[in-house]
Design a protein. Structure first.
Length: 343
């Protein structure tokens, strides 16, 4: 199976002309009764060999981290970071393998962070809470800088999302260090960080509305990072999962999910729907329980939500067309509801 990035690469290399690629996209859209943008494709596997190599990489990096940590706490993370970068020189730059590239990027970023954490634990394991927050700020900033270097070298699409998440983590840690707030107090800032990450994702999406280049993959991962920040913060501040919720709270959760569905249809991204799914399941089950269906509340909830999501998936294209029609000129800045005609 070939991705949009592979198709665009073939055009850039002169293997096939642009008109042929456009005609192929239109043919695929017609066969699926849905334009390519609605498929929200991204590269995760280029073949089963990706899984084979990913398992081997995970075993190797785990052993390196284990052995290095046995020698000295921070050495394990350093060994993982160095090994992940070295392996990426072949499996990412030369072989361009999707899943191993993602694992190597995450291992590199985690190794950089673990190196600093382990070193500081060796120096002093009992820092004050404020000092720990300041240290976390520095670790997040350095990790973000390391991911930027990784992006400049390898350009793995998920890297930008990891860097954005590191930036949000740095802001939250700095806020905790300055204000001394508890865990509940950080969610407004996490929400702001999620909205900022979402805006960045929309910027990347806006540069590739037909989703035919790597920029669309970058936007996909940014949306995937922003969605839980937004959803978890909003529903946590509403008090969901903090005890029995009433009918009013449950209805608010359901209304917010409809808002998220409208946004998802407009931007043609499903991450917000997935990230908030647990909350709407819980809220709907509470409604069924308070209506008297205590034993079967989860069964009824699963039936209703499952049916709704399948309906949304089956009629995504016409529903999206209707949503775009309500947005006026703003709809022209969003992914198209049909493929452009090839020249």
């Amino acid at each position: 199976m070939y991705s949009e990035s592979d198709l665009e690469g073939a055009v850039a290399a002169g293997v096939i002309p642009q008109s042929t690629a456009d005609a192929f996209r239109q043919h695929t859209a017609a066969m699926r009764a849905s334009p390519a943008v609605d498929e929200e494709s991204f590269r995760l596997l280029t073949g089963f060999n990706d899984i084979f190599v990913a398992i081997a990489i995970a075993l190797l990096l785990t052993s390196i981290g284990w052995l290095g940590g046995w020698v000295k706490t921070g050495l394990g993370g350093l060994g993982v970071a160095i090994a992940a970068w070295a392996l990426a020189e072949y499996f990412t730059r030369v072989r361009r393998m999707a899943l191993p590239s993602i694992i190597l990027l995450l291992a590199f970023a985690g190794g950089v962070a673990a190196t600093m954490v382990g070193t500081l634990v060796d120096i002093n394991p009992d820092w004050s809470d404020q000092t720990n927050a300041l240290i976390a700020t520095g670790i997040a900033l350095v990790t973000g800088g390391a991911t930027w270097l990784h992006w400049k070298r390898f350009m793995v699409p998920i890297t930008v999302a990891v860097g954005a998440a590191s930036g949000v983590a740095a802001l939250v840690a700095l806020y905790v260090a300055v204000t001394h707030v508890n865990e509940d107090g950080i969610f407004p800032l996490v929400l702001v960080g999620g909205i900022g990450t979402f805006a960045l994702a929309m910027w990347w999406d806006g540069s590739d509305l037909t989703r035919t280049t790597r920029r669309s993959d970058v936007a996909f991962w940014l949306h995937l990072a922003a969605a839980p920040m937004i959803a978890h913060s909003v529903f946590h501040m509403l008090g969901v999962f903090q005890g029995q919720i009433g009918v009013a709270q449950a209805l608010i959760v359901m209304a917010l999910y409809l808002v998220f569905a409208f946004i998802a249809l407009a931007i043609d991204r499903r991450a917000l729907l997935v990230s908030s799914l647990a909350y709407v399941l819980y809220a709907l089950s509470m409604l069924f329980q308070q209506a008297g269906a205590v034993e079967l509340s989860m069964a009824f909830t699963a039936f209703v939500i499952g049916s709704a999501l399948l309906t949304l998936s089956a009629f995504w294209h016409p529903m999206r067309r209707a949503v775009i029609g309500t947005l006026g000129n703003l709809g022209n800045r969003l992914p198209p509801v049909q493929m452009p005609v090839a020249a």
